[in-house]
Design a protein around this ligand. Structure first.
Ligand code: SF4
Length: 322
């Protein structure tokens, strides 16, 4: 399966040994997403394909780094030549910033509530973007919920207002209110990602106590006419106990709305730390279903400019990795 098999094995594997010297600026440390609070990760690319490889000596992947900048990644019986990409903030080619590193909600799979991190000031965020502005193509923002969903949205809108001066496309992924799509659109935001997180409302209720599933779905539906098909995204975790049929039904429902599902393999953490990672075979099967659904709907995510849709490091992106 070449690249597809390699990436699926790395995503399902959970760590990579390194041989050779990592170049400066290659290691990303994250306060959100699958690696939040972890040992860091590097990004390996092969043409326009990319995988985020978590560092961890006990993992199944092996990365050989050479002095000339080339690298070889092997995992699951597959081996691919490529190179390591320098990281902007959090991922290559983007200034991807977590605004509030704490959350008053307590989703079962998420390490952020336990980390109780600070909220960055607007000035800090502007300074961070300034530090990488010449080497990134986009600004992306995500956030926990420090005080309330409404207050967080207000604050992130202030941040967006301060970042417009950079003239870069801005992507935003926060927990939405019903007004969020229109507010972000009015501020010139290019793309949004509102995460359904689970394949079914029942799994959402079980894993995300106190959060309204319907609000996310309604915000996604409202966002598509504003931001355009292929520019509205939603993470759906794979591995929380959903069946393949439930996952496929969720994908079909999102695609029918014009929303691009980001099928994110579970990183066992927090109260889900005892769950198994999804197998490579399951990830490939789900990505193939997504590919067919996108094709049927004429929905093309390849023009994504920000966040995970442009990065694709942590997921089998049906439009790039198959
Ligand atoms: S795919 Fe998303 S979460 Fe993963 S490294 Fe890229 S931007 Fe971060």
């Amino acid at each position: 399966m070449g690249w597809t098999g390699l990436k699926a094995a790395v995503l399902a594997g959970g760590g990579c040994r390194i041989e050779g010297e990592l170049p400066p600026g290659a290691v990303a440390r994250s306060t959100a997403g699958p690696g939040a609070g972890g040992a860091g990760a590097v990004f390996f690319s092969h043409g326009n394909r990319r995988v985020r490889v978590p560092l961890g000596a006990d993992g199944p992947a092996l990365l050989i780094v050479r002095d000339d900048g080339s690298a070889e990644l092997s995992c699951g019986g597959e081996r691919v030549e490529g190179r390591l990409e320098p990281v902007g903030l959090h991922c290559p080619r983007q200034a991807f910033i977590t605004v509030s590193e704490s959350c008053l909600f307590d989703c079962a799979y998420c390490p952020v509530p336990g980390s109780r991190g600070p909220r960055k000031t607007v000035e800090e965020i502007v300074g961070l973007v300034e530090s990488v502005a010449g080497s990134v193509d986009a600004i992306s923002l995500t956030s926990g919920v420090a005080v309330s969903i409404e207050e967080e949205e207000e604050y992130v809108c202030r941040v967006v207002g301060a970042l417009r001066r950079f003239g870069l496309p801005i992507g935003v992924s926060i927990f939405p209110t019903p007004a969020t799509p229109a507010r972000l659109y009015a501020l010139g935001v290019a793309e949004v990602k509102f995460n359904l997180e689970t394949a079914t409302p029942e799994l959402f209720a079980a894993h995300c106590p106190g959060l309204p599933y319907g609000t996310v779905r309604d915000a996604l539906a409202a966002a598509v006419p504003l931001f355009g098909r292929g520019h509205v995204f939603s993470n759906v975790l794979v591995g929380l106990g959903e069946t393949d049929d439930e996952l496929d039904a969720c994908v079909d429902e999102l695609v029918a709305l014009g929303v691009v599902p980001v099928l994110r393999p579970l990183t066992p953490a927090a109260r889900c730390r005892n769950l198994a990672r999804p197998t490579p075979e399951r990830l490939v099967r789900a990505a193939r279903h997504l590919s067919r659904a996108l094709g049927r709907a004429g929905l093309d995510p390849s023009g994504a400019v920000s966040m995970c849709g442009a990065c694709t490091g942590c997921d089998l992106a049906a439009w790039r990795d198959l």
